[in-house]
Design a protein. Structure first.
Length: 423
């Protein structure tokens, strides 16, 4: 949907490099990466609950017996055991627990990928804001130089009897105003650069000079308009996460339904023990092998499983309502973005016409000033008008590119993403 020439990284080398290194450098992504690894381990834990358990028990005990008409009273027995145990049938509860862990892993992976994409969009947006601020500073510095010239010219005109002290004061006021504006813009640039660093993790100095190719793009590129609302493709990170949460509640219902049903496990054990032979008064060591099935059946749990099922169903209903509401919000947001894109495209077209008029006015004003037909402040106004027209064109174009990127994310970020399998 977005053409290559509509990606700002096509023109700005530093932005392109930052985006390529974003996954490795950004501190914003590190927490999501840890969440995915934790969810991956939780899935392995849940899967192991269905597997074979193997263990060894070694213990000892003293048994004091009072046997009537026997000559011994105390014996010591040492026992050891090797056992195997595996769940056979649990009404799908163990599988549901693994499925919940898998869905949570999907949620973590999906969240990570959504964050990667939205973070790229945010980094693009902040970088373009830096470009605009840098251009503001360049224009402000140029205007300050021109304002200084105006002050000197006003003084010279006063000396020649062609001006007044008021002209000088106006020129000085304009100069101070431009210096204040420059200071404020520099401060904004520093704050925005710090924010860019916190997002990207990059501490490199950025080249924010506007390449000629991008200047040409701002002045000549035909912006897309009347983009379609692809309803079937609309999505957002929140919507996809809610869908997975709804599936988790389905599994929670299954677990609650299985709580009061009999469970069957396979058991096997090999163990040794020691018994007394009453007739001889001696001890006998025995080797025993047991293989069988174990049934476990909870008959009543004071309503716990019933409450768990009802809670899961209520959560699912709430989540489904949230999905419907969020989808409506996404559609409304996308519609608003498309309207704003059309508006920006129109403003960019009109702004280009304004640049042509402002350039013509500036050229004529400069000629008139050289011929002493106008006051320096009139020429200064023509210069500022041209600067503002160029600045507005840059701002509108950057806003358009940012909004177009956000729109592409809204219609392209459909889940679930392919999740790596657990090793």
């Amino acid at each position: 949907m977005i053409r290559e020439e509509e990606r700002p990284e096509t023109y700005f080398v530093d932005l392109n490099q930052t985006l390529e290194e974003l996954e490795d450098n950004s501190p914003v992504l590190s927490g999501h990466q840890y969440d995915f690894k934790i969810a991956e381990m939780d899935q392995l834990v849940a899967r192991s609950n269905q597997g074979l358990k193997f263990g060894v028990n070694i213990y000892g005990q003293s048994i004091h017996e009072d046997r009537p008409n026997e000559s011994f009273y105390h014996r010591y027995r040492a026992l050891n055991q090797v056992y195997l145990r595996k769940p056979i049938f649990h009404w799908g509860a163990l599988e549901a627990q693994e499925e919940i862990a898998k869905l949570n892993k999907d949620r973590s992976w999906q969240s990570l990928n959504f964050k990667k994409s939205t973070l790229k969009s945010e980094v693009r947006a902040v970088f373009l804001e830096l470009v605009v601020l840098k251009f503001r500073i360049k224009l402000a510095a140029s205007q300050i130089e021109l304002a200084k010239e105006n002050v000197n010219t006003a003084k010279e005109r006063l000396r020649l009897g062609r001006g007044t002290q008021l002209d000088i004061d106006e020129a000085k006021a304009e100069l101070i105003s431009r210096e204040i504006s420059l200071s404020e813009t520099k401060s904004s640039l520093q704050r925005k650069h710090a924010y860019f660093t916190s997002l990207s993790g990059s501490n490199e100095d950025l080249n924010l000079e506007i390449p000629d190719r991008f200047k040409s793009f701002c002045l000549t590129h035909e912006m897309q308009s009347n983009l379609p609302i692809q309803v079937g493709s609309l999505s957002s990170g929140e919507v996809e996460d809610l869908k997975l949460q709804s599936k988790i509640q389905d599994q929670a219902v299954l677990i609650a339904n299985a709580a009061l049903k009999p469970k069957i496990n396979l058991t096997s054990a090999y163990f040794q023990d020691q018994i007394d032979i009453a007739e001889s008064g001696k001890n006998l060591d025995r080797n025993n092998l047991i293989v069988g099935l174990e049934a476990h059946w909870e008959i009543w749990d004071s309503g716990k499983s019933k409450a768990q099922k009802k809670s899961a169903l209520l959560k699912k209903s709430k989540i489904n309502q949230s999905i419907i509401l969020k989808q409506k919000q996404v559609r409304s947001h996308v519609k608003t973005m498309l309207e704003e894109l059309d508006s920006l495209a129109e403003r960019i077209t009109l702004g280009r016409k304004l640049i042509e008029v402002a350039q013509s006015r500036f050229d004529k004003s400069k000629l008139e000033l050289n011929l002493n037909r106008i006051a320096p402040m009139s020429h200064f106004g023509a210069s500022v008008s041209l600067d503002m027209a160029l600045l507005n064109n840059l701002e509108y174009t950057c806003r358009y590119l940012v909004l177009l990127d956000q729109y592409a994310n809204s219609v392209a970020l459909v889940g679930p993403f392919d999740v790596p399998s657990s090793k």
